[in-house]
Design a protein around this ligand. Structure first.
Ligand SMILES: [Zn+2]
Ligand SMILES: [Zn+2]
Length: 341
């Protein structure tokens, strides 16, 4: 089958790989229609991702069509338009029994450790990961459910309340997913920060009234002005860099919450005393669970989330090399690049 293979660090090829086959009764085979390029694919491309290790057919932000089902599958059938929640837990541990399979230490993630992902024309997943797309969702919208669900999970984890104020550090796909989810949760003010005006303009297009370009403006001063000197109730870190943690501690109000979503490779030095002095909470957020997917799908289907501004480019899988370069080196302004089969 046709596929994009990251064969070694800094090398991605459009090539032919063996087609995966159904081997268990609970499995579903899906034909990829569109798939997004995620930051984690760039880490894999650099050879720095902890578990997406070349050679790998990666890909996990996807919409496609069911082409075959195992003998025990009941919840979907051939021809269904679907997305997948691209991970599942061991099913046996305490966390899995509580529905917290997203943090199960034995979980499997699509597009890693030999499990062929959606950078392939076909991929095989267990039935419980498959979610049908409503008729009014396009395949392109379907492929955006996964990255937006990361933001939805973070917002639900943080317990953001109606009328509360929010800052989001990093206005890429994850940060924008947080923004939409915070809008849905009823946040009164949302402040988006980034180093790129292009990204901040997309946030404005999606209804954000407060944006800060961190290269041109003082983020602490701006947040202080917008929140009458109090700081925000919740700060979400959607861009991993040492400086963003210090910023987060300084722009969040006393008793406030900081949610860390970004993947940070190396240990960082942070002024932790601010956390202690101000009795703040620092919490982590890892991927999502089924509920996050369901809320996001419903919000797109009902018109509450307009995700069209996410889609910067749709390129054929044959052009994966150029597509990866655009996302990696930012040779063009993009939020999300989708690959089509
Ligand atoms: Zn992703
Ligand atoms: Zn488990």
């Amino acid at each position: 089958m046709r596929a994009a293979l990251i064969d070694k660090p800094y090398s991605v090829k459009f090539t032919d790989v063996p087609e995966p086959v159904i081997t268990k009764g609970n499995e579903v085979k899906i034909k990829t229609v569109v798939t997004g390029i995620c930051g984690s694919e760039i880490h894999a491309f650099h050879g720095t991702h902890p578990f997406r290790i070349p050679p790998v057919v990666s890909g996990h932000e996807v919409a496609g069509i069911v082409v075959e089902v195992g003998s025990d599958v009941k919840s979907c059938k051939v021809g269904d338009r679907v997305t997948v929640e691209p991970h599942y837990g061991c099913g046996a541990c305490e966390l899995c029994s509580e529905g917290l399979y997203n943090i199960c230490s034995g979980k499997s993630v699509l597009g890693s450790k030999g499990w062929i992902g959606s950078f392939g024309e076909f991929f095989v997943v267990p039935e419980q990961t498959v979610i049908k797309l409503p008729d009014n969702l396009s395949f392109e919208e379907g492929a955006l459910i996964e990255p937006i669900s990361v933001g939805m999970h973070a917002v639900r984890q943080s317990g953001l309340g109606v009328g509360e104020t929010v800052a989001v550090i990093g206005t890429g796909p994850i940060g924008l997913g947080v923004m939409l989810s915070a809008q849905l949760a009823g946040a009164s003010k949302i402040i988006m920060t980034d180093a790129l005006d292009f990204n901040l303009e997309i946030a404005q297009k999606m209804g954000c009234r407060h944006t800060v370009n961190v290269l041109k403006e003082d983020v602490r001063q701006k947040v202080s002005e917008i929140t009458e000197g109090k700081g925000v109730d919740v700060t979400y870190i959607a861009f991993g860099h040492e400086s963003t943690f210090a910023d987060a501690l300084n722009i969040t109000k006393r008793k406030g919450t900081i949610s860390e979503i970004a993947i940070v490779g190396a240990p960082v030095k942070i002024p932790i005393s601010i956390l202690q002095l101000n009795e703040m909470k620092l919490i982590g957020s890892n991927m999502y669970t089924r509920t996050d997917f369901e809320i996001v799908i419903d919000a797109i289907a009902s018109g509450k989330f307009n995700v069209e501004p996410f889609i910067s480019k749709i390129m054929p899988i044959e052009e994966v090399e150029r597509a990866m370069e655009i996302v990696d080196k930012k040779t063009e302004n993009v939020i999300k690049v989708l690959l089509s089969f």
